[in-house]
Design a protein around this ligand. Structure first.
Ligand code: KIV
Length: 267
């Protein structure tokens, strides 16, 4: 029996304890997965941003579980070392049982080693059930793209004290429920720092400042190929490098050294 040579959740937790930053990027196919893995990316996230950057949709809402399973399986074939996380897309977590059934597809057919779900307090039962069945879970707080119509736009979250307090509390509740990693999207750097210090699981920031335990960006954003206006947390790593492998290696190096994100990429 060949034992896996890949990174595990336990090792990512050790990274936090030892102060090593976690470099994460989204991936949607085998060729990019292999390039990212070779360049030293620790975690590959098959994000439901797939809807926007691959399928050309205007939000993440239309992507289906079937689409996610297909792309997760593609990414799985291209990687060796990186941990593989897949997003549970819109309306696949409306009950704990639905979340479990959807997560099972991502794990069994897609090869995901962890699933990510958006939301706090109202997801605790789903998290407990998944963890009880042996499926590691990544939480996601702050800007929740699946709730975009309720939020009324892609805006920074947790800017008022009441909302900041709620996010800190929900981070603790998610950890208690069994979440192993936590994505923090578009929140003030000071709040992300407070959450990161309060919980013992690693936080992965996107637009959440330099003090998270790791960073994630949408692959096409960091390669500078996404059309239109970019949020301030995006940096084009292809500019100034010779090829995509070099751009990804530069991203990994800047995340690991703490050079990225800087104040200019934070709120
Ligand atoms: O779908 C996605 O790409 C994500 C990241 C932005 C964290 O959830």
């Amino acid at each position: 029996m060949k034992l896996s040579e890949g990174l595990t959740v336990t090792e990512l937790k050790r990274f936090k304890q030892e102060g090593e930053k976690i470099a994460c990027l989204t991936a949607y196919d085998a060729t990019f997965a292999s390039t990212l893995d070779t360049a030293g990316v620790d975690v590959l996230l098959v994000g439901d941003s797939l809807a926007m950057v691959v399928q050309g949709q205007s939000t993440t809402l239309p992507v289906t579980l079937e689409d996610m399973v297909y792309h997760t399986a593609c990414v799985n074939r291209g990687r060796k070392r990186a941990l593989l996380i897949a997003d549970l897309p819109f309306m696949t977590c409306w009950s704990p049982e639905t979340a479990l059934q959807s997560a099972a597809g991502l794990v069994q057919q897609g090869g995901a080693e962890m699933v990510k779900l958006e939301g706090g307090r109202h997801r605790l039962e789903a998290v407990r059930l998944l963890v009880q069945e042996g499926i590691p879970v990544c939480g996601h707080l702050g800007l929740l793209p699946q709730s975009i119509h309720r939020l009324g736009g892609y805006k920074v979250q947790g800017t008022d004290p009441h909302d900041a307090e709620r996010l800190l509390e929900e981070a603790c509740l998610l950890e208690e429920a069994g979440v192993d990693l936590l994505v923090l999207e578009c929140i003030p750097a000071t709040l992300a720092r407070a959450i990161t210090m309060e919980i013992s699981i690693p936080t992965i920031g996107i637009g959440a400042g330099p003090d998270c335990d790791g960073q994630v960006l949408v692959l096409y954003d960091m390669l500078g190929v996404t059309a239109g206006k970019h949020p301030r947390f995006v940096k084009n790593f292809l500019a100034g490098t010779e090829d995509i492998g070099g751009a990804v290696a530069a991203y990994v190096a800047e995340v690991k050294s703490g050079q990225f994100p800087s104040r200019q990429h934070s709120y």
